[in-house]
Write a protein that binds this ligand. Structure first.
Ligand code: SF4
Ligand code: SF4
Length: 98
């Protein structure tokens, strides 16, 4: 029997530009290179930088700010409080994308 695709939830497309405008800020010197922010970002916004910080870790770097949905996952997961998101949209009632 063919799968019923009418009830499938649509996931946010990786690599697609976000409708929400956000800016990712990374404090390189706080980072301990755990990679949580990179692994769990649903939009693949981040990658490891080839550079080392003073502690000898590779902090994340931003591939493209326009991909960021402002979901705050990286901010919530970072154990070192090294990353935060600035939302550039003006409507405070708008819900973030997944
Ligand atoms: S806010 Fe969400 S989409 Fe943006 S970089 Fe962090 S985890 Fe990725
Ligand atoms: S979650 Fe925080 S400590 Fe871990 S790699 Fe990302 S910025 Fe660095």
């Amino acid at each position: 029997m063919p799968a019923d695709t009418t009830t499938e939830k649509t996931k946010p497309e990786k690599g697609a530009k976000s409708k929400r405008r956000s800016r990712v800020h990374i404090q390189d010197e706080r980072c301990k290179g755990c990679g949580f922010c990179i692994e769990f970002c649903p939009k693949d916004v981040l990658k490891f930088s080839p550079e080392f910080n003073a502690k000898g870790y590779h902090p994340p770097s931003v591939i493209d700010h326009d991909l960021c949905s402002g979901c705050m996952m990286c901010y919530m997961l970072c154990p070192e409080f090294a990353i935060f998101i600035e939302r550039l949209d003006t409507d405070p009632t708008e819900q973030p994308e997944a």
